[in-house]
Design a protein around this ligand. Sequence first.
Ligand code: A2P
Length: 358
Amino acid sequence: MKKDAYKVAVVGATGAVGNTMTRVLEKRDFPVSEIVLLASGRSTGRTLKFKGKDYPVHELTESSFKGIDIGLFSAGGSISAKFAPIAAQDGCIVIDNTAHFRMEPDVPLVVPEVNPDAIARYTTRNIIANPNCSTIQMLVALKPLHDAGKILRIVVSTYQSVSGTGKDAIEEMLVQSREMASSIQWNKEDGLDKLWQGLSPFRTVKTNVYPYRIAFECLPQIDIFLENDYTKEEMKMVWETKKILDPSIRVTATAVRVPTFFGHSESVNVETEKKITAQQAKELLSKAPGVKVLDDPANKVYPVTALAGGEDDTLVGRIREDESIPNGLNLWVVSDNILKGAALNAVQIAEILIDKYL
Ligand code: A2P
């Protein structure tokens, strides 16, 4: 039902994504009549700011959603599994940032620049799913190329920052980095063996969040391993791309956690049915919604995570023709994983929802 303003709950409001959701609502002036900030019992007593005012953080319970119009969920899959249906039952429309409902056929999975019309199908379950961060940025960049030349196959490798795992992971990388930077006594006159000893993956830095040290390391595992030896993160990119963009696209992915704080980077190779030159790709992407092209190799202009932080647009550069096949392109795609990869995408969905469907 259309209203001038909506009661909005943020589930996981104290977390990296939840907190950003609140800031995005504020920044985009989403019509909020009341904000309800929800987290675990551990956060009871805390307050968070919204539009300059302090709001208490409440413990998430089964009665949290009475009278709430829209719920933005980002407190983990098991919390969504339990509480999203309760919220939906109470008439709250859930926009869920976890993987829990994404592949359910009657739950729309939406990137506003790619398949906004799918939002119409929210009515069956009262739940809309926000895709995986790596999928969102890749599809924002690939949609204009798919429209122009029909993408047949995607080969993607990701370089994903620790903020995607949450605040505990950010802290873990900082603590490990400080410890290693101060404990490794090496300078360029020393032999490399001395450095190797300091870098051994099994040396005694504390690891809680990741299976190995993440500081000064790349980990080719994000999420759990599945029966086919791909990780779930890799298969999310395969499944979600088919659901959002085109079920006939073949996708293969390798997802890697790298020691950056914010922003996910991706090397994306596409094979198209119709030839798209690098120049045409640059022109198409320059006009595409949600994309900013940074591509001037002669002047060393290309996307890096430091440029993507706090930026709504997905940055695309290093646009080259793949010279090993007739119709191929290579791209380097970087986006703020907390913003467009999660919070902003969810709020954009909410904006379309209230504009077109309520
Ligand atoms: P809390 O801060 O009270 O633990 P991140 O992904 O950055 O680690 O954030 C996770 C978010 O999910 C936090 O807001 C966290 O709240 C919330 N959360 C975790 N467990 C629960 C729970 N059992 N009930 C409600 N919220 C939870």
